[in-house]
Design a protein around this ligand. Structure first.
Ligand SMILES: NC(=O)c1ccc[n+]([C@@H]2O[C@H](COP(=O)([O-])OP(=O)(O)OC[C@H]3O[C@@H](n4cnc5c(N)ncnc54)[C@H](OP(=O)(O)O)[C@@H]3O)[C@@H](O)[C@H]2O)c1
Length: 282
């Protein structure tokens, strides 16, 4: 048994490896290729990318070159937040498949409910238009599951009220001290899996003294404790690293946080200083 390939089951029955490898800000070319290659060598079987990360080509090539059968790697990509139309969503999807060099994705996400520079503004009808394209892609079998990212309760309710297809996942910012409780609870109540992006707060929580102290007690690194914390809460972490030793370090999560420490960690205030939160996060 490897902890990385243990799975959560999505609301449509698809199994998803419970830890994914994040690739945001890893430049296309050697860095994205090597990081993805090292992640696969370390045992990850779930890779998270996005069209706007502009690294899908290298990520896809590393997966192909690994020789691991396509069916054994879970690939997620995302549709750009700026493109809020049915036609453009279909085009974006085709572009991602082409970049990745594959004929289906395992999970396709709307990257955000609003263009990034208009975070918080409502795009209810536009999100339904994009979701219509997602529904067709899903029905065609070219995405095994579809979901959303950065959606708050109102954005999720809009989809639930107006579509027969429920999002399988909501990928949100989630780390010790910043677990977006309202959105997380709504997702749990509606059988939508929460994926934790920035589970290490983009590195900004790694020196938090309270977290360091608890990590020391378990003889693990702060990163390991932070990732295990996410799993203990029933949420799927997506750590990112470009360093081989960190990539391996982040796979060693086979320990348990006791109930008291988990409760302490769940009661901490934001453990990262200067972390960016968009308008709807909290
Ligand atoms: N949907 C969205 O809108 C959204 C937004 C943000 C992120 N995401 C997804 O979530 C993934 C993760 O979030 P993130 O990119 O913000 O990063 P993160 O995983 O929270 O943190 C990454 C940072 O932590 C460092 N790090 C990783 N492992 C470490 C270790 N064991 N020891 C010390 N330092 C370590 C990395 O540096 P080194 O490279 O030096 O190891 C990097 O600076 C993204 O890559 C992306 O796939 C999605």
């Amino acid at each position: 048994m490897t902890l990385l390939t243990d799975t959560f089951t999505l609301n449509n029955g698809i199994k998803i490896p419970q830890v994914g490898f994040g690739t945001w800000e890893i430049p296309d070319g050697e860095e994205a290729y090597n990081s993805t290659k090292w992640a696969l060598e370390a045992g990850y079987r779930h890779i998270d990318t996005a069209l706007v990360y502009e690294n899908e080509k290298s990520v896809g090539k590393a997966i192909k070159d690994s020789g691991i059968p396509r069916s054994e790697v879970f690939i997620t990509t995302k549709q750009p937040a700026e493109n809020k139309s049915y036609d453009q969503a279909l085009k974006d999807f085709d572009q991602s498949l082409k970049n990745l060099g594959i004929d289906y994705v395992d999970l396709y996400l709307i990257h955000a409910p609003w263009p990034w520079d208009l975070a918080g503004k409502r795009y209810n009808q536009e999100n339904l238009d994009v979701w219509k394209a997602f529904t067709e892609i899903y029905q065609s079998g070219r995405a095994k599951a579809v979901g959303v990212s950065n959606f708050d309760v109102i954005d999720l309710q809009n989809i639930l009220d107006n579509s027969k297809l429920k999002p399988a996942v909501n990928q949100i910012q989630y780390y010790i001290g910043f677990t977006e409780p309202k959105i997380s609870k709504f997702c749990k109540d509606n059988d939508i899996l929460v994926e934790a992006y920035s589970p290490l707060a983009t590195g900004k929580m790694l020196n938090n003294p309270q977290v360091k102290e608890i990590a020391a007690k378990y003889g693990v690194t702060t990163a390991q404790l932070a990732l295990r914390f996410v799993l203990e809460n029933g949420v799927l972490p997506l750590p990112r690293s470009t360093k081989k030793d960190h990539i391996v370090d982040n796979t060693n999560l086979n320990f348990q946080i006791d109930a008291e420490d988990l409760s302490t960690l769940n009661s901490l205030k934001d453990t990262a200083s200067n972390m960016y939160h968009n308008e709807t996060q909290g």
